[in-house]
Design a protein around this ligand. Sequence first.
Ligand code: ATP
Length: 245
Amino acid sequence: MSESHTTAPLLTVEGLTAGYGGVAALDGVSLCVGVGEAVALLGANGAGKSTLLRAVLGLVPAGSGRLRFAGVDLGGLAPERRARLGLGYVPEGRRVFPGMSVRDNLEVASFAGRAGRAAELERVFALFPQLRIKAGEAAWRLSGGQQQMLAIGRALMGKPRLLLLDEPSLGLSPRLAAEVFATVAAVAAAGTAVLVAEQSAGRALAAASRAVVLRLGRIVHDGPAAETTPDALRHAFLGHPVRRP
Ligand code: ATP
């Protein structure tokens, strides 16, 4: 199991397996995310990143292995219970409510009463000033990057302790993707741990303190983002050292 995190463990995954109709997608995955830590979950298309996030959330059944979050064994808990424990999720493809205003998109995601909701809204607007400016506009009018920020803001309205983000840069221009990753770093800096699945390693590494690489359902690298060099990544992705001509 990974012990390279520097803060107290928040999420611990041990020997997790999961699959679809007998086909293994995760084959004994172990990793930790520490309190307030930002971890990049990297890997090629089909490596198992989404399946790992979904298994942590209880959206895909885990075969064997153990999942612990905030000191609680997640085994057998329904997704809503896991959300209430402090797991937030932004699925691939954003999925904001296009016809609702930015403010309404955020407010419907809160578990709190009126006063708590206002405080959460303020916290999200402080992190994403662009959303404050657009608060009264319908979500479909936002740019792709702003919609991704709205999706992240909506997940933050539930006050998660760990935010699971699936491919936040998908379909965004390099400039908007860079903006989104700057906000991912800001979320972690504000104290919410982040586990962000990405194919585009460079940007995710810049926002994270640690990188975990999945290859064919197995962890093949787990180390500080600063030490996850292009050569280390190529090695992890390919499964053998890079040969120089
Ligand atoms: P991507 O970046 O494309 O989302 P990923 O790393 O997130 O890739 P997963 O989506 O977790 O990978 O897929 C892992 C494996 O499980 C792949 O072989 C994929 O084909 C398979 N898989 C994923 N979802 C399903 C499903 N609903 N039914 C059957 N097989 C699936």
